[in-house]
Design a protein. Structure first.
Length: 283
């Protein structure tokens, strides 16, 4: 069936990821980030997790036919400009999502290779890493691994310096994605948080002061979703990453004001709206 799309005033961004019952990461964080940065969010849920700010207790993958029906439902009706892919849980889900990406060919694909939660709990079967590398990552415009994920994907040791991050560039390029944003948040020995954007012909280093906060649950989901949202709005990849970095930095800076949970709390996705509400109450 062919579909005629109407021109949308708000660009549509699809997130394909797992559900976080605590609301800080996964689909919930993606929808908040896409909405807060100017996109319209739709979703395909790949797994249901029982988790909160303290950790993940259960992961239940959604049956493949249900995931496929969700994908067909949104792609057949909505003019999806960008897709963000997060938690996929196992090889079968990865292969299905990759097949649907090839079928529908969205303009932009951002892949956050989610493997481990902020709490340290595993979110991707070890056997699925190779499937992720061969089936999905080569389709991506940009992938956004943190240092443990980059080490798992390249089979290199996890770096503990910026020079170590730079030494991973060649292996990361071999994964086949057009670009890579290597996130350096795990380099806790420094006073800065440095991310390396690896483009086909150049690299760009983004430096920002490290924010001391325990409320960093969902930062990776939020950043990758914001990148997808800005790409859908027509920004270049460089600009989309810059804007998304600014957004996540501000969301972390305001996170302590939320005071959610007893562990790693979420960032404040709607800090701008909350600030306006506070100012209105004070005026």
């Amino acid at each position: 069936m062919s579909v005629t799309f109407n021109k949308a005033t708000t660009p549509i961004v699809l997130t394909i990821a797992g559900s976080d019952s605590g609301g800080g990461a996964g689909i919930q964080a993606d929808i908040k980030a896409i909405s807060a940065t100017g996109g319209y969010a739709c979703s395909v849920i790949t797994a249901i997790t029982a988790q909160n700010t303290l950790g993940v207790s259960t992961v239940h993958p959604i049956p493949l036919p249900i995931i496929e029906k969700q994908l067909d439902a949104v792609f057949s009706d909505l003019n999806i400009v960008a897709v963000k892919v997060g938690m996929l849980a196992d090889s079968d889900i990865i292969e299905l999502v990759a097949a649907k990406i090839r079928q529908y060919q969205p303009r932009f694909l951002v892949v956050d290779p989610v493997m481990i939660a902020t709490s340290g709990d595993p979110l991707l079967e070890q056997t699925a890493i190779e499937t992720l590398k061969t089936a999905l990552l080569p389709l991506a415009d940009i992938i956004t691994p943190n240092l443990p994920e980059a080490a798992a994907l390249t089979q290199l040791s996890m770096p503990n310096t910026q020079d170590g991050m730079l030494a991973m560039i060649d292996e990361l390029r071999l994964l086949g994605a057009e670009s890579v944003l290597l996130k350096g948040g795990h380099l806790e020995c420094t006073n800065e948080s440095n991310d390396v954007l690896i483009l086909p012909q150049e690299i760009e280093i983004f430096s920002a002061p490290r924010i001391q906060s325990r409320n960093t649950h969902g930062t990776g989901c939020t950043l990758s979703s914001a990148i997808a949202s800005y790409l859908a709005q027509g920004y270049t990849l460089m600009s989309a990453v810059q804007l998304a970095k600014h957004y996540i930095t501000s969301a972390i800076e305001h996170a302590d004001q939320l005071d959610i949970g007893h562990g790693h709390g979420p960032v404040d996705h709607f800090f701008t709206l909350r600030s306006k509400t506070t100012n209105n109450h004070c005026s």
